[in-house]
Design a protein around this ligand. Structure first.
Ligand SMILES: Cc1cc2nc3c(=O)[nH]c(=O)nc-3n(C[C@H](O)[C@H](O)[C@H](O)COP(=O)(O)OP(=O)(O)OC[C@H]3O[C@@H](n4cnc5c(N)ncnc54)[C@H](O)[C@@H]3O)c2cc1C
Length: 293
């Protein structure tokens, strides 16, 4: 059995990662796999383990900086994985590959509240769980009830939220080498029109404050305790600062953006430069939220 036999056209070779990350940066990978069913991803993982291949699980690539030199291994994209959604009473069950926006619209139409915070986060449900994504006072940990994972030994099981060690933008899923397949979200009954108004308001706030017109991976740095990364960067005089094709956004200093055909080196160098200047000026160590491939 090989990847092509399992996935057909959904197995590609030498695919550019810049086409699969919101930063629009990244070289070629050896294999780019897009499994649709749980069985397909399970079989692919079996091959990867048997052949001892390097692999990386990629959601929508909205929190990723991929290296221009590429990736000498297998990228498994989850964007088509388990794209089904249903609900029973106030619990939504959705596949890992679904975009948060889609889940949010589904919740709104079902008159279920609590997921509005996620409507503008441009990732998949699986990626949001791994990152414990959050915005505007909401966080995945507040709505998650159970997660279905593929374990490294090939078994599939449902895990309770308390087993995931969810913290600020982190979980133990990657350390456990698990892959999120689906999740159950416990929401609250609400008024459809009120939910819709909240979603519109949050999306407007994003458009106003964030440089959505440029490729990026969102907030580049985690929020340092007691500070705001964007304010520190601004106060360090770095608003709009450019290095090669990468820039600190002048609209929101917490975002490093791909201003003009940035290379991964431009972005990495700029991130390091920002960290150094902020540490020099305020003694605060910024930690990168974006993950590197
Ligand atoms: C404009 C913009 C705004 C943003 N705003 C926010 C925000 O408000 N709040 C916030 O928290 N984030 C925000 N982000 C960052 C990003 O959207 C989130 O972190 C999102 O949850 C990542 O999801 P993804 O599917 O893109 O995952 P990816 O970026 O592809 O992957 C993130 C991590 O999850 C792992 N992963 C992905 N899917 C799976 C899976 N099914 N199983 C196992 N591991 C998996 C990957 O290996 C990687 O380590 C923003 C990004 C952008 C570009």
């Amino acid at each position: 059995m090989d990847f092509e036999t399992i996935l057909g056209e959904n197995c590609k070779k030498r695919e550019l990662l810049k086409n699969h990350t919101t930063f629009c940066v990244g070289g070629e990978c050896e294999f780019f796999l897009t499994p649709v069913t749980e069985e397909e991803i399970r079989l692919c993982m079996e091959i990867i383990k048997k052949e001892n291949m390097k692999y990386y699980i990629l959601g929508k690539g909205s929190n990723i900086l991929a290296d221009d030199r590429g990736y000498d291994g297998v990228i498994i994209s989850t964007v088509c994985l388990n794209n089904t959604i249903k609900h029973k009473k106030d619990v939504i069950e959705a596949g890992a590959g679904l975009r948060l926006e889609k889940v949010s619209v589904y919740a709104m139409e079902a008159g279920l509240s609590g997921f509005e915070f996620a409507c503008g986060i441009p990732g998949t449900l699986g990626g949001a769980i791994v990152m414990n994504a959050g915005a505007y006072g909401g966080e995945m940990s507040q709505v998650l009830s159970e997660v279905k994972v593929l374990c490294p030994d090939g078994t599939i099981k449902w895990k309770k939220k308390c087993e995931l060690e969810l913290g600020y933008r982190k979980s133990n899923i990657l350390a456990n080498k698990e892959i999120v397949l689906a999740a159950r979200l416990k929401l609250k009954y609400g008024d459809k029109e009120t939910i819709k108004a909240a979603v519109i308001d949050l999306n407007n706030r994003r458009k106003e404050k964030q440089p959505l017109e440029y490729p990026s991976a969102g907030s580049t740095f985690k929020r340092p305790e007691g500070y705001f990364a964007g304010k520190l960067i601004d106060d360090a005089g770095l608003r709009g600062f450019r290095l090669g094709g990468a820039a600190v956004s002048s609209k929101h200093c917490g975002f490093v953006i791909n201003y003009d055909n940035a290379t991964s080196k431009d972005v990495k160098d700029l991130i390091q430069y920002v960290k150094d200047r902020v540490y020099e000026k305020f003694g605060v160590k910024l930690e990168c939220e974006v993950r590197m491939i």
